[in-house]
Every structure is written in structure tokens, then in C-alpha cells.
Design a protein around this ligand. Structure first.
Ligand SMILES: Nc1ncnc2c1ncn2[C@@H]1O[C@H](COP(=O)(O)OP(=O)(O)O)[C@@H](O)[C@H]1O
Ligand SMILES: [Mg+2]
Length: 428
């Protein structure tokens, strides 16, 4: 063996090195020009070398793995979102970067390619149906049917027929044989929304689908095989319901092999500015209008409101406002049911009671809100002065640029809004 054979690349992996040592060992074994003791000596040196390289390679693998572990813990949600994008994850319009949402998406990503049942829970409007579509779109059944059934919207006596189909004459009104949603969704995914509304008898039949992938149409003895992946959603506490005898516990465990919980909007409040911006842009595009501007008090209201209807409510609000407002939106464009009563603000004490609700707010909260407001106004003023140039503003106020970017994001301020309008004073 020539020495050149060993020195080819300048960097070589441990695996490559071990391979070279193996070649050297087998060459030595058949070396005709060396005597036995010499061969034995070289072979044992080779073995020692091999052992050492193996040790090093284990160590390297360990270091890489633990570095990966720490980095996944340390990665920001933006990076995790980017990583999903890099893996060609289909978001289906899911927007947001909160830790809980990212966790749900990452679980969804792992669950998608399997056929395991997924149970999604969360309050109304948190995106459960959207998540079901995400799971379908990222799985191997994405080009197969996706059938959605709202178990709460179908009269109790028709739900079984809706899901499993019926035989002609099975009940009054069953004029002909009919297939159900499970058959329609065969080879694809069925989304069972509001699964907590499924009556007990339907639950028994659903359990059977999960156990043996077969259904029976109502009024028929014939067993039909179906291959349908089940994703179910609920805003109820199914375990609690099962303790009360309203939901079968065995079905609950079958459905929730993968269990995802979507966070209510009030637990991801820091995302509200981004969501407002996202839906404003979306609405402007759909309604073919200029992006909305908000009066300062409306913006404050939208940031502080607690959205019992979660993202659905926020989205609907922004669409409503985008439709009703001209250039600048204000309180008057809010639905009456949530519109702050401005008349109350007349008179000093009344105005204070609006801002300083003694039951709800604490002094630190009020200080924080005032400080946030001041921070925002300061940045908006600054951006106006520098014509929207973030780097320039960062330099002038002696702030780290990425910190300034974080603050822009926090307050939903877009530097580009200040580029064309430098000098004027946008309300946004
Ligand atoms: N993370 C999100 N990003 C963007 N839009 C969302 C998000 N979550 C929900 N939505 C939107 O909010 C509305 C309600 O979502 P949906 O999935 O129907 O909620 P749920 O089924 O939990 O009641 C839909 O218009 C949906 O597109
Ligand atoms: Mg829903």
C-alpha cells in the first residue's frame, strides 16, 4: 500500500478513517513480503488505532447529539417555524409563533404521515378545524378525500345515517340506500367536529370503526370495510364527560392516541398585534381596499380585548372593520355588543374608571401599559423622523438593532409604513 492512498482528503470523517484502517488491516493480512511476527505487530497496532478512532467517533456523535438537544430547547419559535417551512410543512394558512402553537404544529407534523387517530381540543375559534386540515395536508392521504362532519349540527336521530349511511326503508324517509360520510372519506380523512355531541349509540359504532375498520349502514347487516383516518375535535372536556357517563371512556382513549390542545388567544396575547396585521392585510386584499388604519384608541382596545371567540372573533372583527371603515377605523366600527361606551368617559371620574378599573387592573399592570404605550409612541415618532429607516433609528437612539426590531414586532409597527409617509403622522 502506498502512502498516497492514505492522505487524499484534507478532512476525513471518522467513518472514512475506520474504513481506511480496515483496508490496511486486510492488506496486511495477505502481505507476502513481511514475516508473521511483523504482520502480527502491525495488525495489533492497527487494532489499537481502530479502537481509538471508534472512541473518538462515539464522543463526536455524543457531542453533536447533545448540541442538537440543547439547540432545540434554545431555538426561538421563529426558528422552529422556519424549520417547519424548510421541511416543506404545509401550513394551510396557520399563522402565529407562540410556543404552544408551535408545539401543536410540531406534533401535527409527526402525526400527519401516520394513520393514528388525532383528537384536537381547545375553545371555539382556536383553529381546530384548520389544524385538522393541516394534518390531512401533510399526510400521505393529502390527495384523497377530506370529509368534514359537524356532529353538533345534525339532528340526533340522523347522525348515524349521516356517518354510516342507511339501507332503504331503515326509517321513515329513507327512500333509497345511501352511503355515509365514512364511505365517502374512504382512503382519506374524516374530520369529526364537535365529537362530544355524538350520541352514545353513535359512539358505539364509531368505536367499532376504530377497532376493526368496518361500518354497517343503518338497517343493514352487511359489513363494509373502510380505510378512513379519523381526526376529531371538541371544545368539551371529554374525560369529564366520560366520568358523567356522557362519553364512552374507551372511545376517548381510542380517539386521543395523539392529543393536541390549541391555546386560547388570551394565552398568546403577544401575538395579537401580528394577527391584527395579518388579517388586515388579508382583508384589504380580499376586499380590494387600502390597508386599514386604526385610531389609537381602537388599536388599544383591540390589543387589550380578551376575545372570547378567539382567532375567529379577531378575524371577523378585522374583516368587519375593514368593510365598514373608510380611511381610519374607530370605535364606531366595532359591533355594538363590545363597543366601549364613550359617554361613560365624559366627566373626569368616569374617564378614570374606564382606564383604572379597580376590580381588574393592578398598579403594576397600569404602569406596564403606560410604559408600553410610551415605548410605542417613542418608536413611531422616531421612525417618522428617520423616514422608516430602522438601522438609522437604532443608531440615533443608541439601541441594538435587533432589539429595536423586536420592539417593532411587539407593537405591530411596520417600518415600511413610515417610508413613503416620512414627515406626516400615520395613526397606525
Ligand atoms: N393560527 C391561525 N392562523 C390564521 N388563522 C387562523 C388560525 N387559527 C384559526 N384561524 C382562523 O380562525 C377561524 C376559526 O378557526 P377554526 O379552525 O374554524 O376554529 P375552531 O374549529 O377551533 O372553532 C378560521 O377562519 C381560521 O381560518
Ligand atoms: Mg370549529
Amino acid at each position: 500500500m502506498k502512502i498516497q492512498d492514505l492522505k487524499e482528503p484534507s478532512t476525513i470523517s471518522y467513518g472514512g478513517l475506520i474504513e481506511k484502517i480496515e483496508i490496511l488491516r486486510s492488506t496486511l493480512r495477505w502481505a507476502t513480503s513481511l514475516d508473521r511476527p511483523q504482520i502480527q505487530k502491525l495488525l495489533s497496532q492497527c487494532n489499537a488505532l481502530r479502537e481509538e478512532v471508534m472512541q473518538l467517533s462515539h464522543k463526536e456523535r455524543f457531542v453533536t447529539a447533545s448540541a442538537e438537544r440543547t439547540s432545540s430547547r434554545k431555538r426561538s419559535t421563529a426558528q422552529r417555524r422556519q424549520a417547519l417551512l424548510d421541511r416543506s410543512f404545509v401550513f394551510e394558512g396557520v399563522f402565529g409563533e407562540s410556543t404552544k402553537l408551535l408545539e401543536a404544529l410540531e406534533i401535527g407534523e409527526k402525526a400527519a404521515p401516520t394513520d393514528l387517530p388525532v383528537l384536537i381540543d381547545g375553545e371555539s375559534g382556536t383553529g381546530k378545524e384548520l389544524m385538522a386540515k393541516v394534518i390531512h395536508a401533510n399526510g400521505s392521504r393529502s390527495d384523497k378525500p377530506y370529509v368534514s362532519v359537524n356532529c353538533g349540527a345534525i339532528p340526533e336521530n340522523l347522525i348515524e345515517s349521516e356517518l354510516f349511511g342507511h339501507k332503504r326503508g331503515a326509517f321513515t324517509g329513507a327512500a333509497s340506500d345511501r352511503s355515509g360520510k365514512f364511505e365517502t372519506a374512504d382512503t382519506g380523512t374524516i374530520f369529526l367536529d364537535e365529537i362530544g355531541e355524538l350520541p352514545l349509540q353513535g359512539q358505539v359504532k364509531l368505536l367499532r370503526v376504530l377497532q376493526s375498520q368496518e361500518i354497517q349502514r343503518v338497517g343493514s347487516d352487511q359489513v363494509i370495510d373502510v380505510d378512513t383516518r379519523i381526526v376529531a375535535a371538541t371544545n368539551k372536556d371529554l374525560l369529564q364527560m366520560s366520568q358523567e357517563g356522557l362519553f364512552r371512556e374507551d372511545l376517548y382513549y381510542r380517539l386521543s392516541v395523539i392529543h393536541l390542545t390549541l391555546p386560547p388567544l388570551r394565552e398568546r396575547q403577544d401575538e395579537i398585534p401580528l394577527l391584527i396585521e395579518y388579517f388586515s392585510d388579508e382583508a384589504a386584499e380580499k376586499l380590494n381596499r387600502q390597508p386599514l388604519r386604526f385610531s389609537r384608541r381602537l388599536r388599544t382596545f383591540l390589543l387589550k380585548y380578551d376575545y372570547p371567540g378567539n382567532i375567529r372573533e379577531l378575524r371577523n372583527l378585522i374583516y368587519r372593520i375593514s368593510c365598514l371603515a373608510d380611511a381610519t377605523a374607530d370605535y364606531e366600527h366595532l359591533p355594538e355588543t363590545i363597543r366601549p361606551d364613550v359617554s361613560k368617559q365624559k366627566g373626569d371620574a368616569a374617564a378614570k374608571s374606564e382606564v383604572f378599573d379597580l376590580d381588574k387592573a393592578s398598579l403594576p399592570d397600569i404602569k406596564r401599559a403606560a410604559s408600553d404605550e410610551a415605548e410605542k409612541e417613542f418608536i413611531e415618532y422616531g421612525l417618522q423622523q428617520v423616514g422608516g429607516k430602522v438601522a438609522e433609528l437604532a443608531r440615533q437612539i443608541n439601541m441594538n438593532r435587533s432589539h429595536l426590531q423586536t420592539l417593532l414586532k411587539k407593537h405591530g409597527i411596520r417600518s415600511k409604513d413610515y417610508r413613503a409617509t416620512a414627515g406626516s403622522s400615520p395613526e397606525k
